[in-house]
Each structure stands twice: as structure tokens, then as C-alpha cells.
Design a protein around this ligand. Structure first.
Ligand SMILES: C[S@@+](CC[C@H](N)C(=O)[O-])C[C@H]1O[C@@H](n2cnc3c(N)ncnc32)[C@H](O)[C@@H]1O
Length: 272
């Protein structure tokens, strides 16, 4: 077996991680029953109308479900590998939309949007606080007056994630998925470690392996530092970036977030 290659996910999800995202994107696209997460997102995008931007769109897991249902959505991601697969799928499914290869902290696109959303904790990739603030400033700049942001944040890891405080955290092992070429399977092992309660960060690591005819053809380690944000801290960051009408929803429901919510969706508006 070849030596395991190490990838920094802050540069974007590449190689086998992009293929895993693509598998999930196709799976969700084929399923016509919207998840709680999609219902929540669609309701908000419908209210604002116009054009939305999916930041850290990956291979388009949310985008393609929205395009299929008639929404107008563009995608932005730092990774050339994920965007290549997203563009391939857009062509296959007959969608013409725009994709931008940019880092969200450097985002500069020639459009102003009605909605900008970033899903499923992808904002928490911004482990550097200044970069996180800069991302919010750029979101504000790329919205039309009255435009909205929708940002999901996982809650307080040190309190919730018992596995993370263990010295040797147990890996989560996912069901292997088909590679893009279809002649192999990709297995993933994932764990979190190096909890830093003071700086609100931890290290997320995953080993992805491509297996063909029972042989490991590629073995990769993908790592990234992830940050969590507390409620009042994040509200202040949104206010500092110029946002108003900040609301917090819990677990992709229409109900306000509570102390039991594991996932909080923040919505806020650029004032008119
Ligand atoms: C967990 S994946 C989520 C992808 C997609 N939103 C989904 O839910 O399937 C995180 C995505 O963020 C992208 N990414 C990482 N750092 C980024 C950055 N600085 N700017 C823009 N995208 C970034 C990765 O390339 C990857 O596609």
C-alpha cells in the first residue's frame, strides 16, 4: 500500500472527501422527501425569493435539491475537486447555474443576493476568529438590503461531546460509499481530539480509504481545526458585521432554540 497522504481541509475538501460528498449529494437528490433541514431552508428562501448563494456548497448537497424544486441558487466553495463534481452533476441534470471557486473569507463575486446560507456547521471551519468575522462582513456586503443570512452552528462541544474529552476517542466508522468511477468503495473513519476549551476549538480527523478488489488503493488523512461559537458571542459577531433582526431556531424547527438544541440556525438580515 502507498504511504497515507495528509490533507488540510481548510484548503477545501479534496480527493476522496470530495467523492464522499458527491455520493451523499446524489443520494439526497434521488430522495424526493425533504428532510427537516431542507424544509427549514426552503421556507426561508421562499419568503425572500430571488437568488440565493450556497457558501461551502461542496458537491451541492443542498443546492441540487433546491434547483430540482425550482429555486435559483449559486454555489461557492474553496475546493476545485468538489466544484468539478458539482459542475458535472449540473450538466447531467440539465441545470445552468453559477459556481465560484473562492474561499469564503476572501469571497468577492459580482452578484448581490437575496439570501446567503451556509449549512450544517460549515461556518465552524473558520477556526480563526478574525477570519470568521471577515466572513460575516463579506456575507453582509454580498446581500441586497433586506437580504438574509442563514447560518447553522453546532452547540458547545465540550459539554455535549463526551467522546471528545476522552484521551483516545473512539472513531465513528461510516458505511463505505461508492467511488465516483463506481469500481471501488470509500471507507471513512472519523474522530475528534485536542479539545481546547479556552479557545473553543478541537481537531477533526478522518481517514478515507479507497478499496478495490479488497485492496487499499488510496489511503488519506484529512484534518481540520473546528471552532464552536457561543450564543451571545455569535449574536455580537453578527451585530458587528451590521446584521439586524437576529433569530435563533433549534434543530431545524420553527421553534426558538433552547438549552436542549444541539444545532442552532441563526437567521439575520442586512437592514433595508
Ligand atoms: C462539510 S463540507 C459541506 C459541503 C456541503 N455544504 C454539504 O453540506 O454537503 C465543507 C465544505 O466547505 C468547503 N470549504 C472549506 N474551507 C472553505 C473556505 N475557506 N471557503 C469556502 N469553502 C470552504 C470544503 O471544500 C467543503 O466542500
Amino acid at each position: 500500500m502507498k504511504k497515507r497522504k495528509i490533507y488540510d481541509l481548510h484548503k477545501g475538501w479534496t480527493s476522496l472527501t470530495a467523492e464522499v460528498l458527491y455520493f451523499q449529494t446524489r443520494l439526497r437528490y434521488a430522495d424526493k422527501h425533504p428532510s427537516k433541514e431542507m424544509k427549514f431552508l426552503k421556507k426561508r428562501l421562499s419568503k425572500n425569493g430571488g437568488v440565493a448563494l450556497d457558501v461551502a456548497c461542496g458537491t451541492g448537497r443542498h443546492m441540487f435539491q433546491l434547483l430540482r424544486d425550482g429555486f435559483n441558487v449559486h454555489g461557492l466553495d474553496a475546493s476545485g475537486d468538489t466544484l468539478k463534481l458539482a459542475k458535472m452533476m449540473a450538466k447531467q441534470e440539465g441545470f445552468s447555474t453559477k459556481f465560484f471557486r473562492q474561499k469564503m473569507e476572501e469571497m468577492n463575486v459580482p452578484n448581490r443576493y437575496d439570501s446567503i446560507y451556509i449549512r450544517y456547521g460549515s461556518f465552524q471551519i473558520m477556526a480563526d476568529r478574525q477570519k470568521a468575522q471577515e466572513v460575516l462582513r463579506r456575507f453582509w456586503k454580498h446581500l441586497k438590503p433586506g437580504g438574509q443570512v442563514i447560518i447553522d452552528i453546532w452547540v458547545t462541544y465540550e459539554a455535549r461531546n463526551i467522546n471528545l474529552v476522552k484521551k483516545n476517542p473512539e472513531p465513528e466508522i461510516s458505511e463505505p460509499v461508492d467511488s465516483v468511477s463506481g469500481d471501488g468503495k470509500i471507507s471513512t473513519k472519523y474522530w475528534e481530539k485536542n479539545l481546547d476549551v479556552l479557545n473553543q476549538t478541537y481537531l477533526a480527523e478522518r481517514i478515507c480509504e479507497l478499496i478495490k478488489d479488497k485492496k487499499v488503493i488510496k489511503s488519506e488523512m484529512h484534518r481540520q481545526t473546528v471552532r464552536w461559537f457561543y450564543k451571545y458571542e455569535f449574536i455580537m459577531m453578527l451585530e458587528k458585521a451590521g446584521f439586524a433582526k437576529i433569530k435563533l431556531y433549534g434543530e431545524y424547527t420553527e421553534k426558538p432554540a433552547t438549552k436542549h438544541s444541539g444545532m442552532i440556525s441563526y437567521t439575520a438580515r442586512r437592514p433595508e
